[in-house]
Structures are given as structure tokens and as C-alpha cells.
Design a protein around this ligand. Structure first.
Ligand code: SF4
Ligand code: SF4
Length: 305
């Protein structure tokens, strides 16, 4: 058993309290920055880079100009289309410290396990009452394996339930080292077809599928599928995922998460273009036939979750 290290640091881009998704009961979700995948439908584009990002919300800018002289590389100018010259910006965050309206905001900061635990303690009473706890999400939490493991161990020391949402894209030894500290694993599977997976996430799925089998043998796991039109919303694609889920030890539940466009605005704030364009949200009713297919494979199926 390794020692708890409260000084271990990681990069966190958000801590969301009072979530009733992403695991049992009332939960706090700690979002860790950095992801080896670049899913076209990613709703947290600020999670993808391991480095901090800069959001600029034009509608909140009052044009005071306070930020312009503090930028060390001259990336801010009213003459720039979009105000921030993203090619120049080194994402130092200096401008965010002087902006009176939070039109400029940094996504991602270094935090120690002790600092995160201080935040989490605020909701400890809710974890106990609801059977909830703490969920690590991202990005890919396993990209910061040492920090994630310390955080999970610290939560267990408090008697809190732990969950993790993962892509499974991590070295085998990381899976074996970290997953035993997770009580409830939310294993994301996007496609069983290697070509479809590669084309839409930028990553081959072989390691992910192998890791999914191993991870499910180490803790309680459910499979989560973001259902994305034109990517994996066909009966064949969902049946293939359900059949794979049945191979995962102990897995009896699949969550189907209908595509939503919540991330679209975030791409704009980051000065990026949303890869899915203006694709409308997928209505839960549209996913019902796919739920029936999963159930026909003998699995429980939840839309959302
Ligand atoms: S984050 Fe730093 S480099 Fe980027 S615009 Fe702000 S002050 Fe300039
Ligand atoms: S400091 Fe904030 S409100 Fe003022 S010009 Fe810069 S971004 Fe706009």
C-alpha cells in the first residue's frame, strides 16, 4: 500500500458540485486536464490540452482595455479578429487577473491533493447522506495517473465512494495501478470498429478495448456510449458495443448518452471551430430503438446517466 501524498499536484480545470450523474448519489466531479483522444463531439474542448487554456467571452467584455498592456507577448488588441491572437498567446493567465468582468478566464490550474480535498470536504455530508462521493473525469484522468491515484486514496481515507470516467487510453500498468482505487468505473466506448474510432477520435482503439477488459476485472464497471449521429448511431455499431460489453467481467449495464451540443459555445470561447458544426442535439426518443438493441443482448440500458 503506497503512502498518501497530499502535496502531489495535478492540473484541474473544473470542480463541479452537486452532480447526480457520473456515479451513485450526490457527487462532486473533479475534471483533470489533458486527453490522448480528440473526439470530434468532445463537449469539454478545454480538457484536451495538458496546458491551461484561455477563454474569451466577447459578450462580457466592457472594452476597458485593462488587459491589453499586461499581456507579455502583445496577444491582445482590439484590432485582432476575436480580440486574442491565439498564435501569440502563451496562456500565462496574466490578463485574467486584471479583467474586471471575467471576460478573460483561464481554464486549468495546478492544485495539490490537499487543495482539492479542501473543496471536496464542503460536500462530505451530502456524500454520506446520499451514498455519493467523488468522480474523477476529464479529459482523461489516467493521463495524470499519480495525482489521480493519490486523490482517490485520499477520498477512500475519508470513507467516500470513488468513481472515474475514463477513455481507457492509458498504459496497461497505469490501469492496474489506479483502477483498484475506483469503486465505480464509467468506461467510455465509442466504437468497436478500429477505422471509425481512429477517424473520429484520432486514436486506435485496440489498447482501449484490451484495457476495458482488464479494468472491468478490477472493479465494478458500466459502459458508457456517447451516441453520435453518423459515427456510432447505427444498429450494427451499438450492437457491436453491447456484445463487447458482455465480454467485460461483471458488466451488466450500458449507458447511452445522446449527442448534445453543449461544447459548441466553449469552442467559440477558445477561438476554435466546433468539429461537429451546428449538428443538433440527439433527442432521447431517437435513441430508444438502440436501447432496445442493447437490452436484446441481455444488458440493462439507461439513456443518459
Ligand atoms: S493568457 Fe497571457 S499571453 Fe495569453 S492573452 Fe492573456 S496575458 Fe496574453
Ligand atoms: S480587461 Fe476584460 S473587460 Fe476589459 S478589455 Fe480586457 S477582456 Fe474586456
Amino acid at each position: 500500500m503506497s503512502e498518501l501524498d497530499f502535496t502531489a499536484e495535478g492540473t484541474v480545470f473544473d470542480i463541479q458540485r452537486y452532480s447526480i450523474h457520473d456515479g451513485p448519489g450526490v457527487r462532486t466531479i473533479v475534471f483533470l486536464k489533458g486527453c490522448p483522444l480528440a473526439c470530434r463531439w468532445c463537449s469539454n474542448p478545454e480538457s484536451q490540452s495538458t496546458e491551461p487554456d484561455l477563454f474569451f467571452r466577447a459578450s462580457a467584455c466592457i472594452g476597458c482595455g485593462k488587459c491589453i498592456p499586461v499581456c507579455p507577448v502583445g496577444a491582445l488588441s482590439r484590432d485582432n479578429p476575436g480580440f486574442v491572437d491565439r498564435a501569440k498567446c502563451i496562456r500565462c493567465g496574466d490578463c485574467t487577473k486584471v479583467c474586471p468582468t471575467e471576460a478573460l478566464k483561464r481554464a486549468g490550474r495546478r492544485m495539490s491533493v490537499a487543495e482539492v480535498m479542501q473543496e471536496l470536504r464542503k460536500d462530505a455530508i451530502h456524500y454520506r447522506r446520499s451514498g455519493g462521493g467523488v468522480t474523477l473525469s476529464g479529459g482523461e484522468p489516467l493521463l495524470q495517473a499519480a495525482f489521480a491515484k493519490q486523490l482517490l486514496m485520499a477520498c477512500h481515507e475519508q470513507g467516500w465512494n470513488t468513481a472515474m470516467e475514463t477513455t481507457g487510453c492509458a498504459p496497461r500498468e497505469v490501469i492496474r495501478e489506479v483502477i483498484p482505487h475506483v469503486d465505480h468505473l464509467l468506461m467510455d466506448l465509442k466504437s468497436i470498429d478500429p477505422a471509425v474510432h481512429q477517424q473520429n477520435t484520432g486514436v486506435d482503439n485496440r489498447l482501449i478495448l484490451e484495457n476495458a477488459l482488464i479494468a472491468a476485472s478490477l472493479t465494478h464497471a458500466v459502459v458508457r456510449v456517447p451516441v453520435v449521429p453518423g459515427v456510432n448511431d447505427s444498429p450494427a455499431a451499438i450492437t457491436a458495443i453491447a456484445r463487447f460489453a458482455k465480454l467485460m467481467p461483471g458488466v451488466d449495464t450500458v449507458h447511452l448518452l445522446p449527442y448534445h451540443s453543449f461544447g459548441e459555445n466553449k469552442y467559440r470561447l477558445l477561438g476554435r471551430t466546433c468539429p461537429m458544426g451546428a449538428l443538433p442535439d440527439l433527442k432521447p426518443e431517437a435513441v430508444m430503438p438502440l436501447k432496445t438493441l442493447v437490452e436484446a443482448e441481455g444488458l440493462r440500458c439507461v439513456i443518459g446517466g
